[in-house]
Ligand binder design. Structure first.
Ligand SMILES: [Ca+2]
Ligand SMILES: [Ca+2]
Ligand SMILES: [Ca+2]
Ligand SMILES: [Ca+2]
Length: 491
């Protein structure tokens, strides 16, 4: 087993201060590096260091089987050194500040599909996950308890039930993929709150993609008639990707597609908000939907609200340089209609300009039609929604699925945006001429700085190539050094 520790060992008298000063100048200090050398999950004393044992070593600050002891202060680093699948048999409780680092999203896969409760649960200050994949199925992959934080960087979350971020909890997601969650109403309940994320705390999402997540409330008719119809309740689903109630949500350079909310009353195919402070910048929401077509519409009203975004009462949204286009509603009475955003009369929208809203049905107060309108937004309306010139969702660099603007001269996306302070787009791509994202197309008139609307800049080049070499070897030194220079302006 290769195990190393860093941090002060011993010192005498006044030399202590000097040594501590030297060591704190180099990161990390006051923390152990605990090397996981087994893909097993037996949790037996057999000489190896499994992931769960390493977490225990970080928590107890003592050696656990083959794992070196964690340190009392600081954040212990649990580094997975063997590639492959860790099939967990029981959940992991993160009970101290810990950073779990894998060998890459394809190299380290934590399989939670045999764990029937929230697989990784934060019960202490900060839990970081980096460069790995978490698979889940019938339970959430993660739970963020009050007064704790989870930070996910270069992580794939594949499948499972919605992650709950409790009040006073924090979740930050960077350069990560959230895909294939499928949350149906739990037994005895008729309301589903979020397909992939149910936020009651503070959520920050950057440079990430949410694809194919579902919030459903679908049950058998006999149970419905017992629990719901006689009692006057109706099945509801909120937020195919994310539902937030209370707290705050910040979304920067993110892509949402193929997410859906499905129920008798369905709110927000990608995003649904109640009583939440929301900021969305440089993001693209396309091809999400709400669906109530499998149910009857007893009131005669259309029971779908926002194929892309549902902004409910007491919420506020500031949105800038973002695309909300090609989102739809499937309704029992009128079949399929365009449905980009639904803005509740008791919600507040502040457009910061340079947004593209293909069709302003249910949001015309916040997004008056115009090319651009008086707020600087490009907004279409029936019977002539704007052309949505995007290539299909795909891999256009940056390792995550995104939408690339189509290079047609008539595009109302290319060079119509504004991103003055941004260094790169969601993929990490920027101009070959400057250290900024904004990249000019000669064929397209510029509204402002030549930036495209949405998460992806069509003509930008890969500025993250410098990061890739060190990642596969597990050496992030080059990445750390280049971070400040190349990613400045992003955070
Ligand atoms: Ca062991
Ligand atoms: Ca510790
Ligand atoms: Ca131009
Ligand atoms: Ca441009």
């Amino acid at each position: 087993m290769s195990q190393t520790k860093s941090g002060p060992r011993s010192c005498v008298g006044s030399s202590c201060l000097f040594i501590v000063g030297l060591l704190t100048a180099v990161t990390p200090s006051f923390s152990a590096e605990i090397t996981v050398d087994s893909l097993g999950d037996d949790r037996l004393v057999d000489g190896n260091c499994e992931l769960a044992e390493a977490i225990d070593a970080a928590t107890t600050n003592s050696a656990v089987d083959g794992c070196v002891a964690g340190e009392l202060e600081g954040t212990d680093v649990v580094r997975v050194a063997v590639s492959g699948i860790v099939a967990l048999k029981a959940k992991i409780l993160s009970q101290s500040s810990v950073q779990i680092v894998g060998l890459g999203r394809e190299g380290t896969i934590i399989d939670c599909r045999n764990v029937d409760e929230s697989c990784i649960t934060t019960t202490f200050e900060t839990t970081s996950l980096e460069r790995l994949t978490v698979l889940a199925e019938d339970a959430p992959p993660l739970e963020v308890l009050p007064f704790t934080s989870a930070m996910l960087t270069n992580v794939d979350l594949q499948g499972g039930l919605a992650i709950h971020v409790w009040p006073q909890g924090n979740l930050a997601l960077d350069r990560s993929l959230v895909a294939g969650f499928d949350t149906n109403a739990e037994a005895g309940s008729i309301t589903t709150t979020g397909g992939a994320l149910f936020n009651e705390g503070d959520l920050v999402l950057r440079d990430s993609s949410f694809v194919g997540n579902r919030a459903r409330s679908v049950g058998d008719n006999r149970a419905d008639s017992l629990c719901c119809r006689l009692g006057g309740g109706v099945r509801e689903a909120f937020g195919g990707a994310i539902y937030s109630s209370g707290g705050s949500v910040v979304i920067e350079r993110a892509t949402f597609s193929g997410n859906s909310a499905e129920a008798a009353i369905a709110y927000g195919g990608a995003l649904a908000f109640s009583n939440t402070v929301v900021t969305i910048e440089h993001s693209t929401l396309a091809g999400n939907w709400v669906d109530s077509s499998g149910t009857d519409s007893r009131s005669g009203a259309e029971p779908t609200f926002g194929g892309g975004i549902y902004l409910g009462a007491a919420s506020s949204l500031v949105i800038q340089n973002s695309i909300v286009g090609g989102n739809t509603a499937f309704r029992p009475t009128s079949m399929q209609v365009a449905s980009e955003l639904y803005v509740d009369p008791a919600a507040a929208v502040g457009s910061a300009g340079h947004n593209f809203v293909r069709d302003n049905r249910d949001s015309s107060g916040a997004f008056p039609a115009g090319q651009p309108n008086g707020l600087g937004d490009y907004v279409g309306q029936q019977p002539a929604p704007l052309p949505l010139d995007l290539e299909p969702l795909g891999e256009y660099g940056g390792d995550l699925p995104t939408f690339l603007p189509t290079l047609v001269v008539s595009s109302l996306i290319i060079d119509r945006g504004s991103c003055s302070l941004e260094a790169v787009d969601q993929r990490g791509f920027g101009s070959s001429q400057t250290e900024l994202r904004a990249t000019n197309s000669v064929a397209h008139p510029d509204d402002h700085d030549g930036c495209d609307i949405g998460a992806v800049e069509a003509l930008a080049i890969d500025r993250t190539a410098i990061f890739s070499d060190g990642f596969e070897s597990g050496n992030t030194a080059a990445w750390s050094l280049s971070t400040e220079a190349l990613w400045r302006g992003m955070k």
